[in-house]
Design a protein around this ligand. Structure first.
Ligand SMILES: Cc1cc2nc3c(=O)[nH]c(=O)nc-3n(C[C@H](O)[C@H](O)[C@H](O)COP(=O)(O)OP(=O)(O)OC[C@H]3O[C@@H](n4cnc5c(N)ncnc54)[C@H](O)[C@@H]3O)c2cc1C
Length: 309
């Protein structure tokens, strides 16, 4: 019987494992399909405290992994495919057919940014394509960027980037913005932001990174117009999908699928089951915030185990 089972090996999962390991809970982590989590698809991390010169993202995650191992975490590589949280001990099944039973479960499975599905998004990932303005905006100071999306997040990301970049294009598929009136106004009032309505992205181009986007205005209409827009960065802001499908049957979630936790805690409505990191964070989605909630989840797991001996 596992006392503390952790699903996910991003900053939330590894931090939970470090705390749980040091508390003597002998945690077991299942890394899933993306060992090290989302940060492994980026290059440099400049905003994780403790690294004044920044740190290579993969090195940061490998350091966290080693730290978890140092305190006795067992790390497995499989993907959880099914869960039964109807009663303790909780059961989780994996893609190799195995099943683990646990007294506490920390769900740290993250959230996945939505992309348009263009091959070029993969080709230029980390060299001009990003799904996180807070993370990567700093690299585009005084440059020209485009943000894709028409909702609140897109308007927020465009406004944030306008504080850094010299010019921001907001590429919107529809002839209007879906964002709240206040967010729309912020965008329209910002002289650095130009909204390109009824515009779709067909692809990206550039030698060693993004140098521009192939766009189409009023696709399929008689006045359709295709053109190239020179840009240095292409930001997706069309939403995230929390990796919570396995648990929605058992746990309360927001409409968007993010796991609902109690107040400032990572406690779910099932005792002994905790949700940490992006999977329960529709707002911030940053590595340091994920690590902090992993810490809280492990501390809550320890408290729960002590009270339910
Ligand atoms: C391109 C990019 C750049 C970024 N740059 C920065 C930055 O500079 N600074 C910053 O603070 N943040 C940055 N972020 C955001 C940051 O990566 C996330 O906020 C953070 O990784 C969230 O951590 P997490 O532990 O919640 O989840 P994740 O890092 O998403 O990890 C989720 C983990 O869960 C596992 N998993 C998923 N499903 C299953 C399953 N069914 N079974 C088992 N395991 C599963 C995955 O394999 C993965 O290991 C960036 C994000 C992206 C996409």
């Amino acid at each position: 019987m596992i006392s503390c089972l952790i699903l996910g090996s991003g900053p939330a999962g590894y931090t939970a494992a470090i705390y749980a390991g040091r508390a003597g809970l002998n945690p077991v982590i299942y890394e899933g399909i993306q060992p090290g989590g989302q940060l492994t698809i980026t290059t440099e991390v400049e905003n994780f405290p403790g690294f004044p010169e920044g740190i290579d993202a993969n090195e940061l995650m490998e350091n966290m992994r080693q730290q978890a191992l140092r305190f006795g975490a067992r790390i497995e590589s499989h993907i959880a495919v099914k869960a039964d949280l109807s009663a303790s001990p909780y059961k989780v099944w994996f893609d190799d057919g195995s099943c683990e039973e646990c007294l506490t479960l920390i769900i740290a499975t993250g959230a996945t940014a939505k992309y348009l599905g263009l091959d070029d998004e993969k080709k230029y990932q980390g060299i001009g394509v990003s799904a996180c303005a807070t993370c990567d905006g700093f690299f585009y100071r005084k440059k020209t960027v485009a943000v894709v999306g028409g909702g609140d997040t897109a308007c927020e990301e465009a406004s944030y980037l306008a504080g850094l970049a010299q010019k921001v294009y907001l590429i919107v598929r529809k002839p209007f913005l879906r964002a709240s009136k206040a967010m729309q106004q912020r965008v329209f009032d910002n002289p650095k932001i130009e909204v390109l309505f009824e515009t779709n992205t067909l692809g990206l181009y550039g030698e060693e990174g993004v140098e521009g986007a192939h766009l189409v205005h009023r696709k399929g209409e008689p006045d359709e117009r295709r053109y190239d827009l020179p840009i240095d960065g292409f930001f997706l802001a069309i939403g995230h999908k929390p990796n919570s499908d396995l648990f929605t049957q058992w746990l309360k979630t927001y409409e968007t699928g993010y796991i609902l936790t109690k107040g400032q805690t990572p406690c779910t409505d099932v005792p002994g089951v905790f949700a940490a990191g992006d999977v329960a964070d529709p707002l911030y989605r940053q590595a340091i915030a994920a690590a902090a909630s992993g810490c809280k989840a492990a501390m809550e797991a320890e408290k729960y185990l002590a009270a339910n001996k």
